[in-house]
Ligand binder design. Structure first.
Ligand SMILES: [Zn+2]
Ligand SMILES: [Zn+2]
Length: 272
């Protein structure tokens, strides 16, 4: 990702959150603003977890084109970078986890490096090697090339819904920028916190951990040690108490015939 785009990814939602906090201090926060923030949080987080991560990066399940488009569009609205950039960085992470070559290991560069400053550094241009499948995938390429349009849609939706309640600016701030800020930092905790703190149920070659709190914030991605043990598995929470809302959403899609070929934990062990 270009450096100035990475700077925008890190700073614009943070500035929007500061503006929303200052505005709220003056005029208060209405339930509609919190509802827009919460609703957009869940939708765009699912775009990252079920879409960008489990479907496009790890091919943990197959889905109808309309579902792939919806998940990829929601993932783009999260504002974490274009699809191929995100997938390439995450595949590099799995290939070199906690070793030289890992773009965001806290054991290679510290907590803040793993959390966000890694994005401000130049990225390798090795897409032909790392994401050859997506380069041949017309639907994925279309999502990738329309990234900024989808980010705009992700800001427009809460602004328009806010306008229905006569609060377009608050809708834009809370459902757009505050939501983006919260989704960013929750997702990035998987890179930082979930390689530093928490339990290790599986003896993987990396130092990934499981974190219940992070799993709640990221709709299941906090079971990160489970994920490193079987990267292609559609389900990250293994035990009944390991909340994994993303897997629940994928199972729901399967029930309606919209998703198929879910990869199980046993068959996923040796897959990328
Ligand atoms: Zn990891
Ligand atoms: Zn992964």
């Amino acid at each position: 990702m270009e450096r100035r785009i990475a700077w925008a990814v890190v700073s614009v939602p943070a500035l929007g959150t500061l503006a929303a906090a200052a505005w709220a201090f003056k005029t208060g926060v209405q339930p509609i603003d919190l509802a827009l923030c919460g609703g957009m949080y869940v939708a765009t987080m699912l775009g990252i977890t079920a879409g960008y991560h489990r479907h496009f990066t790890h091919r943990s399940f197959q889905a109808r084109p309309a579902v792939r488009t919806l998940l990829g569009a929601l993932g783009s609205m999260a504002g974490q970078g274009p699809l191929l950039y995100w997938v390439a960085a995450h595949r590099r992470h799995h290939q070199h986890a906690d070793r030289p070559g890992d773009p965001h290991s806290p054991h290679e560069g510290g907590f803040w490096h793993a959390h966000l400053t890694w994005m401000l550094q130049p990225t390798p241009e090795d897409w032909v090697r790392v994401v050859p499948d997506l380069l041949k995938d017309d639907l994925a390429m279309s999502l990738h090339l329309r990234y900024f349009a989808w980010v705009g849609v992700g800001l427009l939706i809460p602004a328009l819904l806010g306008a229905l309640a006569h609060r377009p600016l608050e809708g834009l701030l809370w459902g757009g920028l505050v939501r983006m800020f919260l989704v960013h930092h929750a997702t990035w905790l998987v890179n930082s916190w979930c390689h530093l703190v928490g339990g290790r149920a599986h003896e993987t070659a990396d130092r990934s951990t499981n974190s219940f709190a992070c799993a709640l914030l990221t709709l299941g991605e906090g079971w990160h040690n489970n994920h490193h043990a079987a990267p292609a598995a559609a389900r990250h929470g293994r035990a009944w108490w390991q909340a994994d809302l993303t897997y629940g959403a994928i199972r729901l899609l399967e029930r309606f015939g919209l998703a198929s070929q879910l990869v199980g934990a046993c068959e996923a062990k040796d897959q990328p």
